[in-house]
Design a protein. Structure first.
Lengths: 327, 138
């Protein structure tokens, strides 16, 4: 039996599938999906190959429009989509970064076992609820000034460590130290600050969560060991948070301000959601605005990772690598 | 009660389809629909009002900006709205008055965090009346 995706995808090997540029007129590069054949059936149901192909329309895209194995339907960009852009003629599409800029998960190891934790789980959960502000309408316990917020944007996790919410080892275990070089807080609107400030140090709601987990199975001993995971039944804490209203407002501001950039530069895109998020070309004077903006969101989110008042031993790679700007 | 809007679900997203006799009403009902996702509208009293002005390059962007403006007001000024009068509307400009009250967590149950209105499958249809469709990032 022929699967429906055989008409769209060219099999390269067991885990790589190409979407040729002939799939849609206007694709500048081909799409490349990393997936097993079993997973393809799930991906197919989401119709997400359309989005992978749409990303290939973006000016300046290098190599392929990439799809990671966790690919699923997003806004303009698929979640789990990756694209590199040339500096000279590329564009920044925040759809590739995600509105919740630099959201991610952190895994924290404990030296406790399930047998020790389970009898006390009610007390532990209560303590977590008391100490980790989460849910709608919740404000953080942290109060920062505008100037301090600038520092959070620039320093990311280091800012949190300096405030005593972690130590340098935690910062080292965070991707990019929880910030991105080149952040310029002056480019962040007052609105983004207003939304961001009360939320600093909060977990968030929706798909943000904190879970107390136990190790069920170890697949790769060496990797597990490097992460400090030693035995079945060991208790771990997994946190998913992000830049919340701050990141969203940064994107919202630029979507509104630069909505006409696509028309202005005559860029042909199949999906307005993608188009609306296309930013100035890098070579334009205000080009790095958005790139810097995104860097800033990353700082806030990095800070949030540490401010949940829990210590981390290891960070894990999040589902979405997002768009990386390549030189 | 007349159903001026309907909440719709799309995979992991949530959105609304709102109707009105004209575009103004449809935009007002879309905003009301959005707040019905955030909280129970019945619990929101009309204790205060706020004037809201939004501009955009075109009508679709105006709808998105209008809803994003309300999300901003809710998140930073902590106002829940229950009703809207869109008093002026062109393709690029909207003026409205929103009626509602300050968020009180003892009284208002917040159901969902709406982070942004998106262009994803956005539709504005005018056929006698007006029907709009918006999905939210939650």
């Amino acid at each position: 039996m022929t699967s429906p995706w055989h008409e769209v995808l060219h099999k390269i090997d067991d885990y790589r599938w190409e979407i040729p540029t002939s799939y849609k007129t206007g694709m500048r590069v081909s799409g490349l999906v990393y997936s097993s054949e079993i997973m393809l059936s799930h991906i197919w149901e989401e119709n997400v190959f359309e989005q992978v192909a749409n990303v290939a329309f973006l000016p300046g895209i290098v190599g392929h429009s990439l799809a990671m194995p966790d690919i699923h339907w997003g806004y303009g960009f698929p979640i789990g989509g990756v694209a590199a852009m040339r500096v000279e003629d590329g564009v920044v599409s925040p759809g590739g970064v995600g509105f919740d800029i630099n959201c991610g998960v952190r895994l924290m190891r404990t030296n406790l076992t399930e047998a020790e934790v389970r009898p006390k789980i009610d007390r532990i959960t209560t303590e977590v609820f008391n100490n980790v502000p989460s849910g709608l309408g919740m404000k953080g316990k942290l109060r920062v000034s505008n100037r301090e917020l600038d520092e959070v944007m620039v320093k990311g996790s280091l800012w949190a460590a300096e405030r005593g919410y972690g130590d340098l080892a935690d910062v080292e275990a965070t991707e990019e130290s929880g910030c991105i070089k080149g952040a310029d807080p002056d480019k962040v609107s007052g609105r983004a600050r207003e939304r961001g400030m009360p939320q600093l140090g909060t977990l968030g709601s929706g798909n943000h969560f904190l879970e107390i987990q136990r190790v069920d199975e170890i697949y790769d001993l060496n990797t597990a060991k490097a992460m400090g995971i030693q035995e079945i039944g060991q208790v771990l804490v997994l946190v998913h948070s992000g830049s919340r209203g701050f990141g969203h407002q940064v994107c919202t501001d630029y979507v509104a301000a630069l909505g006409q950039a696509v028309r202005k530069y005559g860029i042909n895109l199949p999906d307005r959601q993608l188009g609306q998020k296309v930013r100035h070309q890098f070579t334009r004077p205000s080009a790095c605005l958005c790139a810097g903006e995104i860097a800033r969101g990353a700082g806030i989110s990095g800070g949030n990772g540490l401010c949940s008042e829990l210590r981390m031993d290891e960070s894990t790679v999040h589902r979405s690598l997002g768009q990386r700007v390549a030189g | 009660m007349r159903r001026d809007f309907e909440v719709i679900a799309h995979t992991a997203d949530i959105g609304i389809v709102a109707k009105g006799a004209d575009v103004k009403q449809a935009f007002a009902n879309a905003a009301r629909g959005m707040f019905s996702i955030i909280t129970e509208l019945d619990t929101v009293k009309e204790k205060e009002h706020r004037r809201i002005e939004v501009t955009a390059p075109d009508r679709e962007a105006l709808l998105v900006n209008w809803l994003n403006e309300l999300i901003y007001l809710f998140e930073t000024k902590e106002i829940l709205f229950n009703r809207f009068d869109v008093t002026h509307l062109t393709d690029t400009e909207l003026k409205a008055v929103g009626y509602g009250e300050k968020l009180d967590l003892a009284k208002h149950h917040l159901k969902r965090e709406v982070k942004a209105a998106t262009y994803h499958t956005l539709k504005i249809e005018e056929n006698g009346g007006c029907k709009v469709r918006v999905l939210f990032d939650i």
